[in-house]
Design a protein around this ligand. Sequence first.
Ligand code: MTE
Ligand code: MO
Length: 263
Amino acid sequence: MKPTKRSIVSRVDGDAVVKEAAKLLSRRMEQPARRLFLQRSLTLGGVTMLSGCSLTDGDSIEKALQGISRLNDRVQGALFDPSQLAPTYPDSMIAHPFPFNAYYGEDEIREVAGDDWRLEVTGLVADKRTWSLADLHVMPQEAHVTRHICVEGWSAIGQWSGVPFAHFLRRVGADLSARYVGFKCADDYYTSIDMPTALHPQTNLALACNGTTLLPRNGYPLKLRIPTKLGYKNPKHIRAIFVTNTYPGGYWEDQGYNWFGGS
Ligand SMILES: Nc1nc2c(c(=O)[nH]1)N[C@H]1C(S)=C(S)[C@@H](COP(=O)(O)O)O[C@H]1N2
Ligand SMILES: [Mo]
């Protein structure tokens, strides 16, 4: 008799699977926070349920975990309510100075020359001209005091102000039915977001933080501030924006962070 999926799954040694997955994760995810992040999506039930027949080696476990994460993206996307606002806070709760985080240390913070800087806009947009800082400053501006939450275990409240991103996307004639908006940064960082989040009323192409021009450490000259998403989905030092239907991934996302990254 051909074994059913269920009987094969029940033959998998659950403890061994979890141990193997944990080993794999700690090897690939050196930072404790990244480990913690993936452990949250790692339960024995989830892994065995999604993995089917052959959870025998690191590769199959990794594939199972990626499957869980992609399913998680779809669920978060389906549950995302474009009119639901992130909590806002009084100015008295703003963190001064706003904390710094990047995939490198403070000694390697990128110094971008604002006068020479131009923002590239490509992909599924009608108007592909580049933008200077002055061009962005004459657009309508909006400010929100929101909480930035980093998966590495800290959060802080800040005020970001700049151009509402929905306004910017309409202005460049972006295809608003496209699936993704991608970002390339002046360091080697890159990320991408879903269109409903790009059009969310609090998603802001920020030129300032806590009332002053963005400091180099916080992403000068341009950062996308998304209060409905975790810190790693908020690109700093943006140099290019593109609209696409091809999945662009991201710096941390390609190393196992969940792509949707809702907060
Ligand atoms: N260009 C760039 N953007 C980035 C990062 C980065 O390393 N480079 N790190 C991300 C992460 S993980 C966090 S928590 C926030 C930190 O922003 P802050 O330095 O303003 O606190 O930036 C995000 N955007
Ligand atoms: Mo982060």
